[in-house]
Design a binder for this molecule. Sequence first.
Ligand SMILES: C[S@@+](CC[C@H](N)C(=O)[O-])C[C@H]1O[C@@H](n2cnc3c(N)ncnc32)[C@H](O)[C@@H]1O
Length: 327
Amino acid sequence: MNVRVARPGIKRGPYVRRRRWRVENCGPSVRMDARASTIETKIWGGLALVGYAANMRKTLRRATEWFEDEAFWREFYPFMFSERRIAEADEQMAKVLALTKPSGKVVLDLCCGPGRCSIALARKGFRVTGVDRTNYLLKKARERARAARVNVEWVQNDMRDFVRLNSFALVISMFTSFGYFDDKQEDMTVLGNMFGSLQAGGICLIETLGKERLAKVLQATTSSELPDGSVVVERHRIFDDWTRIENEWSILRDGRVKTFKFHHTIYSGQELRDRMEWAGFVGVKLYGNLNGDEYGPEAERLIAIGRKAVTKRTEKRLRVTKAKARG
Ligand SMILES: C[S@@+](CC[C@H](N)C(=O)[O-])C[C@H]1O[C@@H](n2cnc3c(N)ncnc32)[C@H](O)[C@@H]1O
């Protein structure tokens, strides 16, 4: 209760005394308020700083991830997205729709690349959002959508960050776009985002290369020639107790060689199913191709399909919404 500290200028006179009394009596709380607010400011400032530092660390770490290198997608574009593969998308999407039977027309194509699947679905009358990290591929997607005269919403974002709650009847992740992160927990984040983005009753399909198939066909080195005469040499190495694969791809074009290394997690059918269930999906089913054949010894691909359950509450809300829509 030191008045001099609280009000150093106030010394004598009745009014002053009264003030002094008041100041003396409320001084400590005034000072405590002041001290508390200083502490509060410091805490918030500290937290903001910690948050900022964490964000910076994340941004720096992410900037060095292999898929951030646009040159990789540019150099291997003709290899990964050949005319044949792009043309296949119409038939593939017809099969995806037959397998998933979505209850609505709003679709998320996660890691859409140059929009193969997004555009094929938009042609079939779906309202599609295509999300991808790579600017170069999104530019291709925009050009292709313009040429096909379809409307697609293109979003540049990381699959670990994109979530639009309860918005989509169908979410797809096609052509081995899952499992890209060093930290496997981040694959769970992606599954959580896919689940969160689905409407109740919505369905999710992941199409990738399964561990069982890889174990069967893995060769240390393979090579292929592209229509323009360039040659791609692929080298593979399994590591981390058969959970991850490291790939080294070199492209020989016009007498020069460019080499890129990348790695990702490979899931077995059971591992992917477990993770989807942990993320909240129900009725998870596996298939060995988009025709819906069993995930057995002949499986060429790993297709996992899971649904977001309709709870009693969402069911009621859906009924009310439908009733309102009917007027
Ligand atoms: C093999 S391509 C598949 C493209 C497309 N799904 C298809 O079927 O043609 C993988 C895609 O994932 C995208 N990608 C890679 N890492 C990503 C990330 N962290 N967030 C979002 N997209 C990412 C790449 O830009 C690329 O378009």
